[in-house]
Design a protein around this ligand. Structure first.
Ligand code: CP3
Length: 335
């Protein structure tokens, strides 16, 4: 077992190079993924344990990443809570009927989410039989999952979400708390099934002002971390370059940084917590020389840091050339 990733999560990496994996590493930029997608819908892949295992392994086999992430999606939990979920070509996720106010919360109670999501746990068990690198399980954080349940799709401004949050904070808290409780159940079942680490994705937290971030995002990540079974946890949010000191107050094992901050500057302020990130995913769309130059700058800044994990600042983009991913991994593996 290659446990470089777990060593770095503990802040105990003694090798000459950091571990590397990439958010969304199993996806459309890979021809092998496209070939499977030609035969199955995205949700079909997510809901079939054999296919979950197969897709999760694609980028490990092709690039030799140091960690695998379970092939799934943060919105499956919303479906398990009773919403309809579709993925439309070119449009992304569509959820409905959208939550509107306190009266929409009734139907969300007493859901058996674990039986609805059993394919995830079966996929994890299959993967654990053959995987030679650690396996990361994940969930969306409550604020981001709530925003999708309210907006019904990806939306840059989250105006409906903000309107609810400002006009009826009590029922908005009720929603977040409910999602947090289901998330704890979901994460604990992934841990029982065998994942080696958990990453929480609060992808939309960057739309919040600092006061609202503390009240509506951070508070629920804190609840989840305090109630989940013992397992290393990574917190990611877009906005982490601004909010990292708040995130550090959660005492996670690792903070995943978006690309706006200089990771070395953050390291000077944050001790005892591992850092992950934070190459701008757009850099992988440029000439290979630029990819290598920018990757080396981060590697040099974090050289010999025992708690550093190389990653992007957000998910890898579908148009990323495969050759650049190979070059990036080669760069990181040279140290
Ligand atoms: O990282 C991995 O390889 C594991 C799989 C993974 C997916 N989604 C697969 C996926 C993970 C960890 C996610 C998380 C996720 N999903 C987030 C949080 C991370 C982030 O990017 O901010 C969010 C916000 C979602 C919701 C979601 N799923 C959107 C907005 C979209 C459409 C945009 C897009 O990239 O297509 C998806 C679809 C999705 N999730 C795909 C994949 C591989 C593409 C589906 C396809 O094959 O058509």
């Amino acid at each position: 077992m290659n446990d470089l990733f777990l060593q770095a999560l503990k802040g105990e990496n003694k090798e000459k190079r950091p571990p590397i994996w990439l958010m969304r590493q199993a996806g459309r930029y890979m021809a092998s993924y496209q070939a499977l997608r030609a035969k199955h819908s995205f949700l079909g892949l997510c809901k079939t344990p054999d296919l979950i295992a197969q897709v999760t392994l694609l980028p490990i086999a092709e690039f030799g990443f140091d960690a695998a992430i379970v092939f799934s999606d943060i919105l499956l939990i919303a479906e398990a809570m009773g919403l309809d979920l579709r993925f439309e070509e070119g449009k992304g996720p569509i959820l409905g009927p959208c939550l509107k106010d306190k009266s929409s919360l009734e139907t969300l109670y007493n859901r058996q989410i674990l039986s609805e999501l059993s394919f995830v746990f079966e996929g994890i068990k299959l993967l654990k039989k053959s995987l030679k690198v650690p396996l990361i399980g994940f969930s969306g954080a409550p604020f981001t999952v709530a925003s999708y349940m309210i907006e019904g799709q990806s939306n840059r401004e989250l105006l409906k979400t903000k309107e609810w949050l400002f006009h009826d904070p009590d029922s908005f808290h009720e929603l977040l708390d409910l999602i947090a409780d289901y998330t704890i159940e979901y994460i604990n079942a992934q841990i029982d099934a065998g994942v080696d680490a958990i990453q929480l994705f609060d992808s939309w937290a960057h739309v919040l002002a600092a006061r609202q971030f503390e009240e509506f995002s951070l508070r629920y990540m804190k609840k989840i971390i305090s109630k989940m079974k013992k397992c290393p946890v990574i917190v990611f949010c877009r906005g982490s370059s601004i909010f990292y000191e708040s995130l550090a107050s959660l005492k996670p094992d690792c903070i995943s940084l978006d690309w706006q901050s200089d990771v070395k500057t953050v390291r000077k302020k944050i001790a005892g917590i591992s850092l992950q990130g934070n190459l701008d995913p757009d850099i992988l769309l440029q000439d290979t020389k630029i990819v290598e130059r920018e990757a080396r700058a981060i590697l040099k800044a974090m050289k010999d840091d025992p708690g550093y994990i190389f990653n992007l600042g957000h998910g890898i983009l579908p148009k990323t050339p495969i050759a650049n991913v190979h070059a990036l991994v080669a760069c990181v593996k040279q140290g």
